[in-house]
Write a protein that binds this ligand. Structure first.
Ligand SMILES: Nc1ncnc2c1ncn2[C@@H]1O[C@H](COP(=O)(O)OP(=O)(O)OP(=O)(O)O)[C@@H](O)[C@H]1O
Ligand SMILES: [Mg+2]
Length: 288
């Protein structure tokens, strides 16, 4: 993997909101990050750490105040960059996806992106159906629903469908699964994981849910006060609970249980990340 070029490269990225005013906020202070094609990378960090600011740079919604963002070889700070092409390549579902919706009817909203790229109507319809299916919104039932009559969770799904319908190479989910019921969330994650595994979709996943992180991503970056303070595989990261607690973060609950058992002198692995792995360790103790 390290031999190939990263599809996302962030170099010494700085972002300052309300620059040169008394309210100035330095949101990113020299962030470096690389994501390789087909990887699933997680970003975690306390509230206000700069996660949303960082991901908004990746599809050109924000521009660097210093440093570089290079997407698939294209330096976004260069003059004359085709931002429309970047937006098609990098699908960002924002932290407040309901704010992304603006058409009256659900199917029209989801169709808007693909229409902008001049696809024939039959293909647009196919994509809308596919994207609605992916997020668990039944096409016939929801296509003619008034967008603003949807429930919060349905709006989130519709917003995610609108981004998926663009068939991006890189999908960024900024806390987009928050607010869904547990079953809906795990259904959606399963489908996204499938796209990642079967079609090589590159994923950048921002979530406060450490279980989801452990389940979905290959690597994690931890942001604190606008800087990357740790990075590594989920096993590497979650094996350092003290560091994470110090940063105001947590670890998956099953991992926490294993650490607690180990602290009581039980011989269990502490790099366990999933319920299935934890079950095996507990069974070992109980001889089941
Ligand atoms: N439009 C803005 N104007 C001024 N300051 C902003 C703006 N957007 C974000 N900030 C500030 O920049 C910092 C980083 O915000 P950001 O939204 O990137 O954090 P985050 O890690 O996504 O937080 P959360 O977990 O709460 O979503 C915060 O201090 C925030 O108050
Ligand atoms: Mg955020």
């Amino acid at each position: 993997m390290s031999n190939s070029q990263p599809i996302v490269k962030v170099e010494n990225l700085w972002h300052i909101y309300l620059r040169d005013t008394p309210l100035e906020v330095v949101a990113l202070r020299g962030v470096d990050m690389e994501v390789y094609k087909g990887e699933a990378v997680g970003i975690i960090g306390h509230t206000g750490a700069g996660k949303s600011t960082l991901v908004q740079h990746l599809n050109g919604l924000l521009r660097p105040h210093k440093g570089k963002v290079i997407i698939d070889g294209v330096d976004l700070s260069q003059e004359g960059v085709d931002i429309r092409a970047i937006r098609q390549k990098v699908g960002l579902v924002s932290q407040y996806p309901e704010r992304q919706l603006f058409k009256d009817y659900v199917a029209d909203d989801i169709a808007f992106g693909p229409q902008q790229f001049g696809l024939p109507p039959e293909e647009v319809r196919e994509r809308v159906k596919w994207a609605m299916e992916m997020v668990g919104l039944d096409f016939e039932r929801f296509k003619d629903r008034y967008t603003f009559s949807l429930s919060g969770g349905e709006m989130r799904r519709a917003a995610i469908a609108g981004v998926l319908a663009l068939r991006p190479k890189i999908l960024i989910l900024d806390e987009s699964t928050s607010g869904l019921d547990p079953r809906g969330r795990s259904d959606l994650l399963r489908r996204i994981k499938e796209l990642h595994e079967k079609e090589g979709l590159t994923i950048i996943f921002v979530s406060p849910n450490m279980e989801d992180m452990a389940e979905l991503v290959d690597r994690i970056y931890i942001l604190a006060d606008g800087q990357v303070v740790m990075s590594g595989t989920p096993r590497e990261i979650f094996s350092q609970p003290e560091e994470l607690y110090r940063l105001g973060l947590g670890i998956p609950q099953v991992t926490e249980v294993m650490h607690a058992l180990r602290a009581r002198g039980k011989n269990v692995r502490v790099d366990v990340l999933t319920v299935v792995e934890a079950e095996a360790e507990v069974c070992k103790l109980l001889n089941c």
